[in-house]
Design a protein around this ligand. Sequence first.
Ligand code: CAA
Length: 281
Amino acid sequence: METVGVVGLGIMGAGIVEVFARAGLRVVGVDVDEAAVGRGRGHLELSTGRAVDRGRLAAEERAAILDRITLTPDRGALADVDLVVEAVPEVMELKRALFADLDRICKPSAVLATNTSSLSVTTIAAGTSRPSQVVGMHFFNPAPVMKLVEVVTTVLTADGLAARIADLAVRLGKTPITVGDRAGFVANRLLLGYLNHACRLLGEGVSGRDDIDVAMREGAGLPMGPFQLLDLIGLDTAYEICEVLFHETKDRRHAPSPLLRELVAAGRRGRKTGEGFYART
Ligand code: CAA
């Protein structure tokens, strides 16, 4: 795989574009219109610019990375790519419609991957004429930093495809695991129960926001406390994953906490809106 496409240039999509381009692949990044493409370009310039400022990336290397990236609102530009990774919002109808379109646009040998964190990869695959070439390729936020990639297979996935995607992930400097198509896969299945539980503790007044965050950073050695991490992930995203997990598992641990529900309803979605559990400083 030498040329890849990424659809959706939000925080995750732009991060995934950066990961591919840093590994030397040519990337076509697509979003709905020029404004969304411009926001994606902004994410990429900020992230690679920060790496240069920190002395982690030479300015010439940054220029070479950006040179390997083409950003456009035209999905037709994906006709010749070997792989597309979809990173659009977590709405099944949106993904199904997009995959039907990609199926029509992309060459027959292209692999279509979804970065979904909670939706059924099988349902997405079944809506295309090439379900054996559809997989999950689930990156973690921030994509340029986090090493894990969950390679999600379905009963329809072609033999050998998971291994090809895992090899690609290694080439990207990532650590792949293979997982079946079950809600939340592995990492979110475990992580969201914990984050939701932290919301319950806060809602019940067991301790304060800052103290719970300190407890998990200083007592459990995590890089971020649960509320800092929820702000990074997005409260709306966390809420939606909990809903899907609860629906599939019927496990009360995943029933979204009332506090999380309330904050999402209030529009406090975390860093992306400037305020979640914390206000942006
Ligand atoms: N984009 C690119 N690079 C970033 C970045 C971003 N958004 N944020 C941080 N970095 C880089 C920095 O440039 C820095 O790189 P260098 O060491 O090469 O300079 C490095 O990451 C460390 O950053 P900082 O020093 O600024 O801050 P930090 O040490 O506190 O680390 C962190 C920041 C990497 C985010 C760290 O706090 C962390 O690992 N947090 C946990 C993140 C996590 O658990 N993510 C998974 C969320 S779950 C998920 O994503 C799944 C889902 O489906 C919802």
